[in-house]
Ligand binder design. Structure first.
Ligand code: DGI
Ligand code: FE
Ligand code: FE
Length: 198
C-alpha cells in the first residue's frame, strides 16, 4: 500500500491511532532505534520504520485488539494473559494487513517488542532497547540502561527485561513465559561469552 512508501502519509496514519504522548514516544523510539541500528550494524531505515509502527495498536480499545487476535492463530496463553502484551501482537498483524507492510524483520520487531523472545534478531533487540530508552522515557533505572546501550546491546536488553520482570513480580502480576525465556537466553549467551555484568 502507498502509505508504506510515503513517510508523511505513514506518520499521519500512525498519529491517527494514538494520543499525543504516545505519538511523541513513537517518534522517540524511531529516532533512538535508527541511532542504535547505526551503532550496532542493523538496517537504520528498517529500525526507524519499526519504531514508527511498534505501538500502532497501543491506544486501541481492548475489544478491537481482541478481535484482531481472535481472527489469527496466536498462542492461547496470549489471549488468556496480560492485555498489555496484546498491542505488540495485534500491531504486527494490523500493519501487515491494513498498511501492507511485508518486511518480515520489521513485522517481527513489532511483534516481539514488548515480550522479547529466544534468539532475537539484531533489529528486534534494537527496537526493544529503543523502546526502553527513548528520550521521553522516565523510570527508575532508565539511565543505567541508556549507559549500557552505549556499550553492549545484549547487556542493556537483559537488564531492561530483568527490570520489567522484577517490576511485574513486585506488582504481583504474571510474567509472560516468553519474557523469562528471552531474559534467560540473553544471560546464558553472555555467560558463554565470558560474563554478564549487568
Ligand atoms: O508499549 P510501551 O508502553 O511503549 O512499552 P511495552 O510495549 O514494552 O509495554 C510494557 C508494558 O507491558 C509494561 O507496563 C509492562 C507490561 N508487561 C506485562 N506483562 C509483561 C509485560 N512486559 C513484558 N516484557 N513481559 C511481560 O510478561
Ligand atoms: Fe509497546
Ligand atoms: Fe513503545
Amino acid at each position: 500500500m502507498e502509505v508504506w512508501n510515503d513517510r508523511n502519509a505513514l506518520l499521519a496514519q500512525v498519529r491517527a491511532q494514538m494520543n499525543e504522548k504516545r505519538y511523541q514516544h513513537t517518534l522517540g523510539v524511531a529516532e533512538t532505534a535508527r541511532l542504535l541500528a547505526l551503532q550496532y550494524g542493523a538496517d537504520p531505515k528498517k529500525a526507524e520504520m519499526a519504531g514508527y509502527l511498534h505501538d500502532y495498536c497501543k491506544c486501541w480499545p481492548i475489544e478491537k485488539m481482541r478481535e484482531v487476535l481472535l481472527r489469527h492463530d496466536l498462542p492461547p496463553e496470549l489471549l488468556a494473559g496480560e492485555k498489555e502484551l496484546w498491542h505488540a501482537f495485534a500491531g504486527a498483524i494490523v500493519i501487515q494487513t491494513e498498511l501492507g507492510v511485508t518486511d518480515i524483520e520489521i513485522l517481527q520487531a513489532v511483534r516481539y517488542h514488548t515480550t522479547g523472545r529466544v534468539g532475537m534478531s539484531l533489529l528486534e533487540k534494537v527496537v526493544c532497547v529503543a523502546d526502553y530508552i527513548e528520550p521521553n522515557r522516565n523510570y527508575p533505572g532508565v539511565d543505567t540502561i541508556r549507559e549500557l546501550a552505549k556499550e553492549d546491546l545484549d547487556t542493556a536488553l537483559a537488564v531492561a527485561l530483568g527490570g520489567t520482570i522484577q517490576f511485574l513480580i513486585e506488582k504481583k502480576q504474571s510474567v509472560y513465559p516468553l519474557t523469562l525465556l528471552a531474559y534467560n537466553d540473553l544471560v546464558s549467551r553472555k555467560g558463554r561469552e565470558g560474563g554478564f555484568n549487568g
